[in-house]
Design a protein around this ligand. Sequence first.
Ligand SMILES: [Zn+2]
Length: 475
Amino acid sequence: MRLIKIILEYKCSKCSNQVKSEKIECICPKCEGLLFIEPQKVEIININELKIEKGDFWKFHKFFPPIEKKFRISLGEGGTNCIKSKNLGKALGLNNLFLKDETQNPTNSFKDRAGALLVSHAKSQNYEKIICASAGNQGASIAAYSSYAGIECLNIIPKRIDEGKRAQMYAYDSVVEIKGDTVDESIIYAEKKSKEVNFYQATAELNPLTIEAQKTIGYEIIGDIGVPDWLIVPMGSGGCLISIWKGLNELKELGVINELPKMVGAQVEGWSPIVDKYSLKKHVESSLKVTHTLGILVKNPRYKDLAAKIIKASNGEAITINENLILTAERKLARSEGIFAEPASALTVASVEQLKDQNIIDKNEKICCLITGSGLKAPYVLQALTHKSKTVGIGALLSTKLKILQLIELDSMYGTQIQKNLGDISLPAVYQHLSELEIRDLIAREKKQEKRIYYNITPKGKKVLEAIQTLVDLF
Ligand SMILES: [Zn+2]
């Protein structure tokens, strides 16, 4: 097959150094800043051109480095709904709440845009093997598109990822290798490995075409609803937020839009390196055990500084959301709008609620929440949802005690900490449960710093918890 080498033009986000290369590059050779692809020279476009049909992602091809039509692969990605909320907005007292539903993509996440662009690029450059380190979504997507393109795919994943995403990788016939506790270690491994073997590098953080693909989310939002006042995005590496921001800025440069939205970046409480960076807090690494379930854990996000800078520049907000509130938001979203989102996506809905409560957003402002991926990818959530309905029969009291045992099994905690994690419960009620659990020798006290009393699970408590879990699973 005739092969045309595509010259990629990059610009360093730190020193503005311009780099031209046939290869995928991500680090500036001069200052080690992050490289991004320079915008393509497109003619002035009409805002209506940004409104596309479902699956018509490649309609944006002129905004990408030139990949010939015959190499372009599509599984029907892009053109996802950006719909005005019917019930949720009303429930939250918001008149203009919109949901950009990326669960509608072929492998049920926004990453299919990157899947299409990166695998097409790999195909155009005659690669036979692709490597992708990810915490799940990008890996599942690359696996699907690789299979379709007849390219071998190697997925590198950390020990804990959402089972649904791992299942997708197997289903799409990818080879899966587990490396590290968090995705950071998987990325380092994939970077090394691609230098040893001639793999196409499809790791999001190592391939700036990912940003190019994802910026189209911004285009579509503008095409569908114009410029929102607030755009709310979940953050793992921060890549999604900066992609959308890049896309919107390109549109502004082209004169398609005159203003930019305020960007809100949301992370899970207890694991929020970008929000900490934004608020100049010293990031304290929290226990992996506590929040491993939410699946967007990145220790040292590659785009941390840039994402924090963008949020500031846009007059936006960086916020953290408690894990329990995320699950509540997930239920609300599913029950009021029929969208079953993964926890990372429900973060955005929980964020809207928080910003509304704090009077930061006004009821008439136009707000757009990005729903990045499907809840079916995270069986932990399925468990939490089904578990809830199952334990109702055993009684709400037992259910709360069970939750307390589950919480302190992960880590010792003090009273108000437990209350915060449980959500809707008073402190006296928490202490009542604690004392009843203590009398039965299921938990024990421990005095730590500041004379605070911490509660630990006892060996007996562990056994009881195990037994209940078995019962709940059985029935
Ligand atoms: Zn540089």
